[in-house]
Design a protein around this ligand. Structure first.
Ligand SMILES: [Zn+2]
Length: 553
């Protein structure tokens, strides 16, 4: 018997199926054989394929989308951190002042033996939003937990350590800052506790590391939250062997709940630059669950720590001009080596100096060694300062900018304070970039900054609304259609996976997000709040929302 003669294993019917195919066809039902989509069409035609062995789910008018993708996350590390760190973030917890941070640290200290590490995390740019208008310093943390080493990071670029933590890290008044990092000193020449970029590693290297077992738990913990928002794919930036081993074991055990494309960080990481080149493995290696999606490197620091490298000084802090972590020579050499070895390169560039360095490096490598389908990315490009000249380089070389819509949603006001209105003119210019023919998607940079939620980001691309209800750059709002494409087909293309993911078409993987409402039918600012009632991965129900009205799993 041919496989086509068998009835489908799963039928989702009585739905609005947004297929996101080339012409954005709408269907009513979809049939799945095993792990793949077999047929898409009217409820009548698809229902007719089902028999007694078919699991048939009546979606009662709900909306089906292809499983969503978040293409820039720090997941394996972030997931473990979410489980173990003291949460002092302001967006999702109620910690709004240094006083409240101190209370949380004190509370944690009462639960653990003296001398053991307290590691906490806050939100990026939280100093802008707290009444004290600053980060805590080492003395605040000493007062909160005098007998414990304490480290708290605010985003990826700033860590504050208390006196005990500084001692363990060997940081005193005479400590030299490592290249690509900074140690802040007060008027008496004593460290304040603030460590920037590479200087954070001085503390991180003495904090107990996550084992790959903890990473596995962290991945499962964070993946559950993804599934609850219809996310079935992530592109995770990994920096160490433990996270890669964790993923591989989860695949072996058949328990990895979402599909992962790993972007391997090769500079400032526990993985040496040569390792991947020596192996001869190129981008694409892996399977439908776990694949090498490319390599990653970071030119400058983050804006959230005033260490992104701009030509002009920071508005609120003219002494800061940012940090360059990789010089042009090293960048060119690394980009060329990976480009020639068949890898897709992802370069983090936040400030305009770094953007120009990234574009220059990529153009040089492509000129010297042309390759048709490279899909090289620049992370965070598209957030701001994509002027005509840069747009030209981007389109001419078919480079993929990966902007971060949550930066607009969550920290717009802080960005304004930090780099000023002028640099934020025409920022997050998603509409222009789509118009230029670029397959734009958007990464969240979560889960430690804020949770992964591609529906939130999709809705924000349409509404341009910030967390505080402000509308930003309405002329760059995109249509619902384009926003859906960003997090489905465009993201699949971004991972070289458009043949198996990104749309609901026969032959593709059976990954779906079932939404309680159709994004076309609700007000733009409400899209982000649409409940996800069910998520299907690989033809199996991976998430089912308790209380989803009239729906039976
Ligand atoms: Zn990132």
């Amino acid at each position: 018997m041919s496989i086509a003669a068998l009835s489908p294993d799963l039928v989702l019917t009585n739905a609005t199926v947004l297929t996101v195919d080339a012409t954005d066809t709408e269907a009513e039902a979809v049939a799945v054989w095993g792990t793949r989509i077999g047929a898409v069409g009217s409820a009548r035609d698809i229902d007719a394929l089902a028999d007694g062995r078919t699991k048939k789910i009546d979606l009662k008018g709900r909306c089906v989308l292809p499983g969503l993708t978040d293409p820039h996350v720090h997941f394996a590390d972030g997931g473990a951190a979410m489980m173990s760190r003291v949460d002092c973030r302001d967006f999702y917890s109620n910690v709004r002042s240094i006083q409240q941070i101190a209370e949380k640290i004190t509370e944690q200290a009462s639960k653990q033996p003296p001398g053991t590490w307290i590691v906490a995390h806050g939100s990026p740019m939280q100093n802008f939003r707290m009444p004290e208008k600053r980060f805590p310093d080492r003395r605040d943390l000493d007062a909160a937990a005098p007998d414990h080493p304490v480290a708290i990071n605010f985003g990826a670029h700033i860590t504050i350590a208390n006196t005990k933590a500084l001692e363990l890290a060997g940081i005193d008044a005479a400590a030299p800052a490592p290249a690509g990092g900074a140690i802040e000193f007060d008027g008496n020449g004593e460290p304040t506790g603030k460590l920037v970029e590479r200087a954070q590693f001085l503390v991180r290297s003495v904090v107990p590391k996550y084992s790959y077992e903890q990473m596995k738990e962290g991945v499962l913990f964070a993946a559950e939250r993804c599934l609850a928002r219809g996310i079935t794919n992530i592109h995770d930036i990994v920096t160490n062997d433990a996270s890669i081993r964790a993923y591989q074991e989860l695949v072996d055990e058949g328990t990895l709940p979402i599909r992962v494309s790993i972007l391997i960080r090769v500079i400032e990481a526990a993985i040496r630059k040569e390792s991947l080149l020596n192996l001869g493995i190129k981008t694409g290696f892996g399977n439908d669950w776990l694949r090498i999606g490319g390599v990653k490197m970071s030119i400058d620091g983050g804006i959230t720590g005033h260490v992104a490298k701009f030509y002009e000084p920071y508005v609120d802090d003219p002494c800061h001009e940012g940090l360059i972590r990789i010089e042009q020579d090293e960048l060119d050499e690394t980009v060329e080596a990976y480009h020639r070895a068949g890898h897709r390169v992802c370069i983090h560039a936040i400030g305009d100096v770094a953007m120009d360095m990234a574009l220059l490096s990529l153009e040089k490598a492509l000129k010297a060694h042309p390759r048709e389908d490279h899909r090289h990315r620049v992370e965070h490009l598209g957030n701001w300062l994509v002027n005509d000249a840069r747009m030209d380089v981007i389109t001419r070389n078919r480079i993929l900018p990966v902007p971060n819509i949550p930066f607009m949603h969550f920290i717009w006001e802080s960005l304004l304070d930090c780099i000023g209105e002028k640099r934020l003119e025409n920022s997050f210019n998603i509409r222009d970039m789509l118009k230029a023919g670029l397959q734009i998607t958007s990464g969240s940079d979560g889960p430690a900054y804020w949770p992964l939620d591609s529906l939130r980001d999709l809705g924000t691309a349409v509404s341009r609304r910030t967390w505080t209800g402000k509308t930003v750059g309405a002329d760059q709002a995109v249509s619902v259609r384009d926003a859906i494409r960003m997090f489905t087909v465009n993201a699949a293309y971004n991972a070289f996976e458009e043949k198996i993911k990104g749309s609901i078409e026969p032959g593709k993987l059976a990954d779906f997000a079932v939404l309680a409402e159709n994004p076309y039918a609700v007000a733009p600012e409400k899209i982000k709040d649409i409940p996800v009632d069910m998520t299907v991965v690989n033809g199996k129900i991976a998430f089912f929302r308790d209380g989803a009205d009239g729906l039976e799993a």
